[in-house]
Design a protein around this ligand. Structure first.
Ligand code: TRP
Length: 336
């Protein structure tokens, strides 16, 4: 069993933005395309159901996220790239893991706890609008990971707890039945930037401060012009380490270009000029992929074929492992 297998899921509830690109998509594609890497990336559409009751939005987001990874050059022949809901063994395993996951452990999951404390603050019943789906979200995530013996799980900080829960559940299963599951580990890469958004806080859909990844040139220029700055005039020295414009610059520029911009800030570059250069830098990096992205969105049948081929490869792993799991817990054929 490989412990180096990299696996991660992307919930299909939004349009990818620059923060997703810099923080997750770009490093994952780079890692996946490296020789010797074994990567599993999937669209977590069952997870989307937990927070989204809009079927059109989930479908659109699935299409956009798949097109994004493909447009940015993920080698889908090499990485296993699939949609969670195309792998029926995942919900099947989820049930079996549910029967091996302590309810007390799930009570501590932060997504559930956050919902409960929001209710308590609002004077509502603690479980108001909390679904069993939200409560057991970490078990579904554990099934995603354990189904493919994922070893390294690149995630944001908010997901570390869930990976630890998957590890806990795997340990319990291995102990109670048979040693079938690799114990996964969260990987949080501190060297990749957590990008700031238009208002200077972390770029996040929930803060409504994002720059969508594949905006056309004009709206991209406009969005970059909206990044918050202070009132310093041209010629007045500016502090790069206090500036979102500089922070985004550094996420896209080479080291030497970053140093040059640092000097420009010290020399009092005008905000308008800094933003103009930032637009050019970001636009250059994304322009070709943006064209491919539009082409892909116009050809959903092609995206679907790629996802189906990926699902087929994923099932080559999930079907035999699920058979072992069923046998280990005593369900299925009574013969033999
Ligand atoms: N829950 C994760 C998120 O919201 C997405 C996800 C689903 C995931 N299944 C996963 C991440 C398995 C890593 C491994 O970001």
């Amino acid at each position: 069993m490989s412990t180096e297998r990299v696996l991660t899921g992307i919930t299909t509830t939004g349009t990818p933005h620059l923060g997703n690109y810099v923080g997750a998509i770009r490093p994952s594609i780079e890692a996946a395309n490296t020789a010797g890497a074994e990567s599993f990336f999937f669209l977590a559409d069952y997870h989307a159901l937990i927070k989204c009751q809009d079927p059109a939005l989930i479908r659109q987001s699935s299409k956009e996220i798949a097109a994004t990874w493909m447009a940015l050059g993920l080698d889908t022949q090499k990485a296993v790239f699939y949609r969670q809901s195309d792998i029926p063994q995942i919900p099947e395993l989820t049930w079996i893991l549910c029967c091996n996951a302590a309810k007390g452990l799930m009570n501590r999951a932060h997504a559930y706890k956050a919902a409960v404390s929001a209710n308590e603050e609002a004077g509502e019943d603690p479980d108001h609008a909390v679904t069993v789906g939200l409560f057991s979200y970490p078990v579904l995530m554990a099934a995603d990971i354990l189904m493919f013996n994922g070893g390294k799980i690149p995630v944001g900080r908010d997901q570390i707890q869930h990976v630890e829960m998957a590890r806990d559940i795997a340990q319990r299963f291995n102990h109670n039945f048979e040693d079938l599951f690799t114990l996964p580990e969260a990987v949080v890469d501190d060297s990749v930037a957590v990008l700031q958004g238009l208002d200077g806080r972390k770029m996040s859909k929930s803060y409504n401060n994002t720059i969508p990844l594949f905006l056309e040139e004009k709206p991209l220029r406009k969005a970059i012009n909206k990044i918050k700055t202070n009132l310093l005039e041209p010629g007045e020295p500016k502090d790069p380490d206090e500036s979102t414009v500089f922070q985004v610059w550094a996420a896209f520029a080479s080291e030497s270009e970053t140093e040059r911009m640092r000097d420009e800030f010290a020399n009092g570059i005008a905000w308008g000029e800094a933003k103009k250069q930032l637009f050019e830098l970001v636009n250059n990096e994304l322009a070709d992929a943006r064209v491919r992205y539009r082409e892909l969105l116009n050809d959903p049948e092609h995206i679907e074929r790629v996802l189906q081929a990926g699902a087929q490869r994923a099932r080559d792993y999930s079907v035999p492992l699920m058979e072992k799991v069923r046998a280990a817990v005593g369900i299925g054929s009574i013969v033999g």
